[in-house]
Design a protein around this ligand. Structure first.
Ligand SMILES: [Zn+2]
Length: 150
């Protein structure tokens, strides 16, 4: 499903001024009063009308400061979840510990591509419930459960 920014043909998360410009352009083009219906093409007329309403809805949300903020938050979360498709979920105990004399301790886990996911020791100190690791070679993701929920 397209988001409200796409409906208005403006960049995602853009400012109100840009949203307004996009809206005004479309509304001028689509407004039923100005847009003489093409009586020979009913399907096209219906689609124009439907799009006109979508544009109105998008504008209603994005022109309201609080609604826009809520919508942006929701959109960001959805986007993040879609982009970070977690390939596998493991627990910290599934990882191998490597220690390199002078260097810090690291946790590693093999990736399908042949290299490995690396979990730096610093994350252990952050008291995280879980963490998403990205393979630097192939950009797959795994989720490491740091703490078992009790
Ligand atoms: Zn990989």
């Amino acid at each position: 499903m397209e988001n409200y920014y796409e409906t208005l043909h403006v960049p995602v998360f853009c400012e109100l001024s840009e949203i307004k410009t996009g809206y005004q352009f479309l509304i001028k083009k689509l407004h039923p009063d100005k847009n003489i219906p093409n009586t020979t093409d009913f399907k096209q007329n219906r689609e124009n009308e439907k799009y006109f309403h979508q544009v109105q809805t998008a504008w209603k949300i994005l022109s309201d400061k609080q609604l826009k903020k809520d919508y942006d938050t929701l959109l960001k979360r959805t986007k993040l979840e879609n982009e970070l498709l977690v390939n596998e979920e493991i627990s910290l105990s599934d990882m191998d510990i490597i220690t390199d004399d002078a260097k810090d301790m690291e946790y590693i886990y093999p990736c399908r591509c042949g290299t490995e996911y690396i979990l730096d020791k610093k994350y252990l100190e952050m008291d995280l419930t879980n963490i998403i690791l990205t393979c630097e070679t192939c950009s797959l993701h795994i989720k490491v459960v740091m703490k078992q929920e009790s």
